[in-house]
Design a protein around this ligand. Structure first.
Ligand SMILES: [Zn+2]
Length: 107
């Protein structure tokens, strides 16, 4: 029963976070300049703080393996960078292709 409750709470939290991220991204990319600036100023620092908290968990051990991502026995680990950091970088670079559909007006 506890496990089922945990799944429900986890799913609700995850759904809320995804929804917030989607809404923020949509407004910043497609909203008018004023609304985009207001939402970015309101939510961006919190998103950056959240990312910093997550990424802070992904530090290398003495052998250069991510402490959080390491799985299995040490002799099975491949000498690759942290998968989370790689995914983050790929996702961030991918967003460069999705720039705002209109440019900020110069006054
Ligand atoms: Zn990692």
């Amino acid at each position: 029963m506890v496990a089922q409750n945990n799944h429900v709470v986890f799913a609700a939290m995850r759904e809320q976070l995804w929804s917030d991220l989607e809404t923020t991204c949509d407004v910043v990319l497609d909203g008018d300049d004023h609304t985009a600036a207001v939402v970015a100023r309101d939510r961006l620092p919190g998103l950056v703080a959240g990312l910093r908290a997550l990424l802070a968990q992904h530090t290398p051990d003495a052998n250069g393996h991510c402490r959080q991502c390491r799985v299995g026995r040490w002799w099975h680990r491949t000498p690759v960078p942290c998968r989370v950091l790689l995914e983050f970088r790929l996702a961030r670079d991918h967003m460069v292709d999705r720039r705002p559909r209109h440019r900020l007006r110069r006054h």
